[in-house]
Design a protein. Sequence first.
Length: 294
Amino acid sequence: MSLFSREVIDSGVAGPHLVITAGVHGDEFEPMQCIHALMDQLPGQLLQGKLTLVPCVNVDAFLSGDRTGADNLDLARICPGDPDGSITMQVGHELTELIKSADYYIDLHTGGTRFSVYPLTGYPLNPDPQALEGSRKMAEAFNLPFIWGTDWRLKGRSMSIACENKVPAIYAEYLGSAQCSQQGVEDYIDGCLNVLGMLGMLQREQPESRVETVVEDASEGSGHMQICHPAPLDGLLTPNYTLGDIVSEGDILGVVRSIDGSQSVELIAGQSGTIIVLHTFSMVREGDATFVIA
């Protein structure tokens, strides 16, 4: 029995298989609403190929209202999983097999309950040139303001599985902070329809490009958001910048102050660039990522 539901829309005409997933983390809601809208809108509309839509991969985490399920494992770090392992490991295995069946793959995310992410699409800088070019075209078609190509060697992710199997793939991020942005839902719907149009699976005129910035960073570890500008102690975070701001190396990004007020530590920008992730939950624990700069 499948561990997550999926809707398969088959045109009956030979063509690519596109897989779109939401809910790899259980606290990311815009992607789930986007998938529901596509499930309502697209039956009978495809010109060719097959579309598989998954409204929530990590059901256990969703029902807990949390990023992870009962075993506290991050589904986005344990792929390819294990069919005989804990619930998250089993889901990881099933997700891996689904991604391997795809010709193209989109994984929709947000910052969840504690982070907010500047609207972006990203992809691993796949050493396979055909897969990389396909990922670039998908990211451009998805049409969010920021495009981020990063280290392909990161393991355990949905993108890792796509990369290893030479599947052109992108992920998308859009705000978060424990809210569900209606604009985010609409932009996600439009992005998925744009990719379907680009692949010739749907009759759709491509809109004017909204892409403002393209960054490709092949350095080791790029794209690993959870290690960036870690909080130096438990306390309250007061940021000096917000999403989309441009900063320079050495700028003071914000301050973490201990709850008893006895210690205050400045967070110093380790590089120049655009702030694309911000820890919006004011309480931080030592080691938590606070800012991500691309």
